[in-house]
Design a binder for this molecule. Structure first.
Ligand code: AMP
Ligand code: MG
Length: 420
């Protein structure tokens, strides 16, 4: 990846925190999609991003065919006033056409999906005719051209079916297969490296003593990255030593397109992430007006994009979903992601809020007895406790200028999951 544009000045010392919209705008302005592409089998393409428009090589349906079981005839032979008898001259099955021809006073028995025989353009449902031997009687009231699917009606040959920048989901896999396409050109998979920082951080399984904290951030990151389909490079836990942090950033940027760290991003004495980023790369911004997650660093590190996430486990998840995930999608080449819009719901809990920052409460969105959307918080906005995320299915997003929310007020909600 190359991040070609110059970064704006560092925001160090600026008393104003960067609004989250502006932070996201800057991230988007400075990340570029990977440039390499590869061809993969459609069966292996789930989660990959199309690197060019895929154009349909054929019409779908491939032939004009019947949408119903019934009788095919010529539309201009249909009766106006009184029913009319037709001679049945053959049967058209799906996959076994009846070539025709079918004359003006003739009809062909036809099954759903069967190619329309020569001389016919209309299907009369079998429930609407009276059959007698090899004759059928068609009543008035049918419309010429009815119950017929035209060739190319769903997809015309030459139409773009998967645009460049769309992530391949199950529907795209089926769609490509339905056109006889076995391979698709996609952007190469992103490589994302991450590490945790902190002298007090231990891996699960290590001995535990007072003052130590088990590392959860590499696990949530692994989970969140896994769902984005990137290649993951886990660089472990890095102690709060200047050289160790410098080495970790050097190694990570040499090996990955995007580098994520957690912790050590504040301005405490042992927080070396910012110093390392300044020395080895460029700091894009440092502090964002959000809670949790204020000390979120973004910058460039060699050819890689770098996010210095906070240490607080909830802040890691909030900043990942709000900033890192959209950035990773952009670097993956995705330009057509169609995220679910936020929804509004009545909040049943009181939410403390100070003006001047966007706050993300973890919450449960559900319907009340009357069927209205209601939402309740699972814990305090700034809490570091992951159980507030674990029990949640959405974020409540309180705007920068908003004050404390009293029960009954309407709030904006970002659902975690859609149907897929
Ligand atoms: P820091 O930004 O390094 O000061 O970290 C902020 C808080 O998050 C501290 O209480 C850390 O102990 C905690 N923390 C930092 N990294 C992790 C981690 N990987 N897993 C769990 N907690 C962490
Ligand atoms: Mg720390």
């Amino acid at each position: 990846m190359s991040l070609l544009e110059p970064l704006p000045d560092c925001y160090e010392g600026d008393p104003d925190l960067l609004p989250p919209d502006e932070a996201m705008r800057r991230i988007r302005a400075h990340v570029r999609p990977v440039d390499a592409t590869e061809s993969v089998a459609v069966i292996d393409a789930l989660g990959r991003v199309a690197a060019r428009d895929v154009v349909s090589p054929m019409n779908v349906p491939g032939h004009t065919n019947s949408a119903m079981d019934g009788y095919a005839c010529a539309g201009d032979s249909l009766p106006d006033g009184t029913p009319r008898w037709y001679e049945v001259v053959g049967t058209a099955w799906a996959g076994k056409p009846f070539a025709g021809p079918v004359g003006p006073s003739q009809a062909a028995r036809i099954m759903t999906g069967a190619v329309m025989p020569g001389g016919t353009d209309t299907v009369v449902m079998q429930e609407h005719v009276e059959a007698e031997g090899d004759r059928v009687r068609i009543p008035p009231g049918n419309r010429p051209g009815q119950h017929v699917r035209q060739a190319g009606e769903d997809i015309a040959a030459g139409a773009v079916v998967v645009p460049c920048g769309r992530r391949v989901m199950p529907a795209e896999m089926g769609l490509l297969a339905s056109l006889g396409i076995a391979e698709i050109e996609v952007y190469r998979t992103l490589r994302v490296a991450y590490f945790s920082t902190g002298d007090e951080i231990r891996a699960p399984g290590d001995p535990f003593e007072p003052g130590l904290v088990y590392d959860s951030n590499r696990f949530t990151m692994h989970g969140m990255l896994g769902r984005l389909g990137v290649e993951i490079l886990d660089l472990g836990i890095v102690p709060d030593r200047r050289e160790a942090v410098f080495d970790a950033l050097r190694e990570a940027s040499a090996r990955a397109d995007v580098v994520l760290s957690s912790g050590g991003a504040s301005t405490g004495e042992a927080d070396y992430v910012k110093e390392a980023l300044q020395a080895l790369g460029r700091v894009g911004f440092w502090r964002i007006a959000i809670r949790p997650g204020r000390p979120l660093a973004f910058g460039l590190l060699g050819g890689s994009a770098f996010f210095g996430l906070p240490g607080n486990p909830v802040a890691v998840m909030v900043t990942f979903y709000q900033f890192v995930a959209p950035a990773l999608r952009a670097v993956s080449g995705e330009i057509d992601s169609r995220p679910l819009p936020a929804v509004e719901a009545r909040c049943t809990t009181r939410l403390r809020k100070k003006p001047g920052r966007v706050e993300y409460y973890r919450a449960v969105l559900e319907r009340d007895e009357a069927g209205a959307l209601v939402v309740r918080s699972t814990g305090r906005a700034g809490s570091g406790l992951l159980h507030t995320m674990s029990g949640a299915n959405c974020f409540i997003v309180l705007p920068e200028d908003g004050a404390t929310v009293e029960p009954g007020a309407t709030v904006e909600v970002q659902p975690f999951f859609g149907l897929m």
